[in-house]
Design a protein around this ligand. Structure first.
Ligand SMILES: [Zn+2]
Length: 89
């Protein structure tokens, strides 16, 4: 049983290397997915946790995920590393 990796910004599973964002040197990020992170940078660095919560809810609804699953996913968002880090000045 392997450890599942989750994007530390949106909570999406990133076990598949194709789902992982890229670092500046072209290697795969172990922290963020391809939708959140590219070339060593967060794609939407100014996004707030509230905006991410709305986005994740919308995306999961589009994927026809059950409401209980969606609630669980957004409940976990504040614990992800992106949102527990202090904002950089
Ligand atoms: Zn992500």
């Amino acid at each position: 049983m392997g450890t599942t990796l989750y994007c530390q910004s949106c909570g999406m599973p990133i076990d598949h290397p194709e789902m992982r964002g890229t670092e500046q040197n072209g290697s795969k990020s172990l922290e963020y997915c391809v939708y959140c992170y590219a070339d060593g940078h967060l794609i939407n660095p100014d996004m707030t946790l509230g905006q991410m919560t709305d986005l994740v809810r919308t995306k999961l609804k589009e994927m026809n995920m059950p409401p209980s699953f969606i609630d669980g996913a957004v409940t976990n968002l504040p614990q992800l590393r992106r949102w527990t880090r202090k904002p950089t000045p």
